[in-house]
Design a protein around this ligand. Structure first.
Ligand code: PDD
Length: 278
């Protein structure tokens, strides 16, 4: 059976619970990370832990764990739940206290770590590309923080599922594509890889960074600027996340991108990334 790290110890998953007055439960007062692990090899572990530290700092939570301690806990969680393709989930909340927006006392943060199986996209999805809808961005103004307050993303995913597609992409007021509910988004426009710049409207995705790095290494020009779906010269779209690596998106709303299958640059980027993992 599965084992989780919760509040200082490993427990069977079914017994791994937190208190009803945890501020994560009452206020979504916490942050998280999702890290992929292939064949025991963690992808970009340091980058994920850097971002976890930044998220904690941004909302004033101090984790009380050193980097080596965190790494050891992650490894131990994986050793107890060793999937060939695993997804490590780390959640840190401010801790447990009687409900009050402003916390008056020092409390111990809650730290939860699980290792679950990471599903891979189907062969058909990889060949034909994923699908998405666009929605007006109803999220908060600090999407650069990896907050556990994900209600807007849950609504977006529900809307996507209702339309029978994989993801919902958030639009700013001018109609630029920012990112997805749980992915960063890219387009190929006039042969350049284009993605929204890093600001408060998008998460600095670890896979986004990797995608841009790999593109540059292969001589693809990368441009970080706001972009729209109806730009002339747009031939491909794709999305990136720890859970999907990078994957083509061939249908958005009623629009078919390129020839309606996974485009060549998207497919190459995915292959190059997977080669790098192995
Ligand atoms: N989501 N943008 C948003 C809003 C996200 O939630 C995520 C990740 C990303 C991609 O980031 P990365 O490449 O570092 O995984 C972009 C995780 C996987 C999730 O919520 O499950």
């Amino acid at each position: 059976s599965l084992t989780a790290w919760v509040n200082g110890r490993f427990l069977p998953l079914e017994e791994a619970t937190v208190h009803i007055e945890d501020r994560g439960f009452q206020f979504a007062d916490g942050v998280y990370e999702v890290i992929a692990c292939f064949g025991g090899k963690f992808l970009e572990l340091d980058a994920h832990l850097d971002r976890l530290e930044q998220s904690c700092e941004a909302i004033n939570i101090s984790l009380l764990k050193s980097r080596p301690e965190l790494i050891e806990l992650i490894h131990e969680t994986y050793r107890r739940n060793p999937f060939d393709h695993a997804m490590i989930y780390i959640q840190a909340t401010r801790g447990v206290a009687p409900r009050s927006h402003l916390l008056q006392q020092e409390i111990v943060p809650t730290l939860v770590i699980t290792s679950r199986e990471l599903p891979t996209p189907s062969a058909n999805k990889l060949a034909m590309g994923a699908s998405a809808i666009t929605l007006p961005d109803i999220r908060w103004q600090r999407c650069d923080i990896k907050s556990i307050a994900l209600l807007a993303s849950v609504i977006g995913k529900q809307e996507a599922a209702r339309k029978g597609v994989d993801e919902a992409f958030w639009l700013d007021n001018e109609g630029h594509i920012l990112e997805g509910c749980a992915t960063n988004c890219f387009a190929v426009i006039d042969g350049e890889l284009v993605t929204h710049p890093l600001d408060h409207q998008v998460l600095g995705g670890i896979t986004r960074h990797l995608t841009l790095k790999i593109a540059r290494q292969h001589g693809i020009t990368v441009t970080e600027r706001p972009w729209k779906l109806d730009e002339p010269g747009l031939t491909e779209c794709m999305m990136s996340s720890t859970t999907n690596a990078v994957i083509a998106v061939s249908h958005i709303n009623d629009k078919t991108i390129g020839d309606g299958t996974a485009g060549p640059i998207s497919s190459n980027l995915r292959q190059w990334m997977i080669d790098e993992f192995e």
